[in-house]
Design a protein around this ligand. Structure first.
Ligand code: FMN
Length: 163
């Protein structure tokens, strides 16, 4: 089953965390996951993906304008309705607004008809309630959580769609 992790990244942190999510996804049997910048998308692969996760740096407590622009103008061509969707963010500060950025991406994915998932409290520890956040200066410490998030997303997508 194909899965895509799409990101925008200027200085590399969001890209690294996207790659970490893909690593987690690929640890689940039968999953082929791909990480792509929103400026360089393999259209066919995303169309065929049953799980699509979107990542952004936090800019002014919100998603980056580049991601908002992609959501508004490009995301409609990928037949995302009915597929599993999630979001993550990176930021400089724990309290820098990353959850607001994630929530606003998830709201857009909801609008598109995606099934929104994070695992939430139901998956226990580590808690990833809305979507994972990495503080850029300590990104390595957050990688295990991002890998687990990738596993949780991939497991749920295979449960739902591997029939
Ligand atoms: C224009 C701009 C605005 C930012 N605003 C915030 C912010 O509101 N809160 C925060 O925690 N970090 C903020 N940051 C820091 C970035 O979110 C953080 O460095 C992120 O990891 C960068 O991602 P990237 O390396 O993938 O480009 C801002 C950075 C830039 C360039």
């Amino acid at each position: 089953m194909k899965m895509s992790v799409l990101y925008f990244s200027k200085s590399g942190c969001t890209k690294e965390m996207a790659e970490t999510i893909v690593k987690g996804m690929e640890s689940i049997n039968g999953v082929e996951a791909k990480v792509m910048s929103i400026s360089e998308i393999d259209d066919e692969f995303v169309k065929e993906s049953m799980c699509v996760v979107i990542g952004t740096p936090t800019y002014y407590t919100n998603l980056a304008a580049e991601v908002k622009m992609w959501l508004d103008t490009q995301s409609g061509k990928y037949a995302l309705a009915g597929k599993l969707g999630g979001a993550f963010a990176t930021a400089n500060f724990v309290h820098g607004g990353a959850h607001n950025a994630i929530q606003n991406i998830l709201t857009h994915l909801t609008f598109m008809g995606m099934l929104i998932y994070s695992g939430g409290n139901a998956c226990g520890k580590p808690p990833i309630h809305i979507g994972p956040v990495a503080v850029s200066a300590q990104r390595d410490e957050y990688k295990p959580v991002f890998e687990i998030y990738g596993q949780r997303m991939a497991k749920k997508a295979t449960e739902l769609f591997n029939k």
